[in-house]
Write a protein that binds this ligand. Structure first.
Ligand SMILES: Cc1ncc(COP(=O)(O)O)c(C=O)c1O
Length: 374
């Protein structure tokens, strides 16, 4: 049957037998009344650590909590300044405020859509922050990742890496999360590794940080009825852990199909006013999303064409953090070169999800091409 619609994202393309395995596992957990905790959490965390090549993986309730836990884990306290990119998902900004610290937005590079070393240095010199959150957006990472890590370390800036979108992304062939002081991810169902509900994780190679984060996610408990600090209840559920453990068995194939979609668009949509953008050559992206840029004046018409053809699309993200009304009263400084704003007006994301078919990709490509070749 020929394709007449393509969603932006769909979660319903599971591998044969996945549903039965999951539901069978749920039945077992139910019979054992293992709802929170239990061996499945530790087993899933061990698989996460193995895949990301990080020593410790700590499951938690969602990706926003993971950032908050990481911030508190490294020692960020009330009124500390924390740098965040001006182009990210709002949760990065929110997490800083939720731990009582003060966000400073730092603009991204117009080409890489991520921080660059030069702007990061400028922000550190000007604002003297306690910490910074580097975000690996779009399933990419900045080509300056290693240099930013080095500079942060030399200047005593505690660097947290928000990897909500970069599960499986590599830099110079290595897992991007493996070289971070501390990093986080989200297992929101639409992520590259999604759970059956909200979930997230913190990753670190440092034993002390691992211990601190484990205490923070469980009411600051030092033992069952002793509480050494104010923490949260941010434990991960057993069903989510099981779903993640089973999904990890298929993660390579899911990432491969997403990467193929991104590559297909990049090759097929050459020479048009809509320009696919891919990660820098140092980065192996995970296919989290297909990114393209278009002159802001031309974007609405392309969106209309996609809508008329029943093709879903995204604008990740349509507004810089410093321009959100929720930032009022919280933002204590910014470096604004206009790039995050420009990207937010130019970006357009085409459908991209695990096991998108060749016919679906062709339908999207033909629709975009004929829009410009009318
Ligand atoms: C970059 C980024 N950071 C943080 C989050 C927050 O994750 P969660 O929705 O699991 O809290 C997301 C989720 O969309 C994200 O994309």
């Amino acid at each position: 049957m020929s394709v007449t619609a393509v969603p932006f994202i769909t979660l319903n393309r599971f591998e044969k037998g996945f549903k039965e395995n999951f539901l069978g596992g749920v039945a077992t957990l139910f019979e054992k009344t293992q709802f929170v905790g239990g061996p499945v959490v530790g087993e899933m965390e061990a698989e996460l650590a193995k895949f990301t090549k990080v020593k410790y993986a700590i499951g938690c309730a969602n990706g926003t909590d993971a950032i908050q836990i990481a911030l508190r884990g490294v020692g960020v306290e009330k009124n500390d300044k924390v740098l965040v990119p001006d182009m990210t998902f709002w949760a990065t900004f929110e997490a800083v405020v939720n731990v009582g610290a003060n966000p400073v937005t730092v603009d991204v590079n117009r080409n890489s859509c991520h921080w660059d070393l030069e702007t990061f240095k400028k922000a550190v010199t000007e604002f003297k922050p306690k910490a910074a959150i580097m975000v690996h957006l779009y399933g990419w990472a900045t080509p300056d990742t290693l240099e930013i890590r080095k500079y942060a370390k030399e200047n005593n800036v505690l660097l947290i890496e928000d990897g909500a979108q970069c599960f499986g992304t590599k830099i110079n062939g290595e897992s991007v999360l493996s070289g971070a002081l501390i990093s986080t991810t989200s297992f929101y169902p639409a992520k590259v590794l999604g759970a059956s509900g909200d979930a997230g994780a913190v990753f670190t190679n440092d034993e002390k940080l691992n211990n601190a984060c484990r205490i923070l996610i469980n009411h600051g408990r030092t033992d069952h009825y002793s509480h050494g600090m104010i923490g949260w209840n941010s434990r991960i559920g057993a069903y989510e852990s099981l779903f993640l453990k089973l999904s990890l068995e298929h993660i390579d194939a899911r990432i491969e199909s997403r990467k193929n979609a991104v590559k297909y668009y990049a090759e097929a949509l050459q020479g048009l006013p809509f320009k696919p953008v891919v990660a820098d050559s140092k980065i192996t992206e995970n296919g989290y999303c297909a990114v393209g840029m278009i002159d802001p004046a031309l974007r609405p018409a392309l969106m209309e064409t996609l809508k008329a053809a029943n093709i879903g699309f995204g604008t990740i993200y349509p507004g810089a953090m410093s321009m959100q009304s929720g930032a009022n009263g919280h933002l204590v400084g910014k470096i604004d070169n206009g790039n995050a704003h420009y990207i937010s007006q130019s970006v357009l994301n085409l459908p991209c999800f695990a096991y998108i078919t060749k016919e679906e990709l062709e339908y999207v490509v033909q629709t975009v091409k004929s829009h410009f070749n009318k």
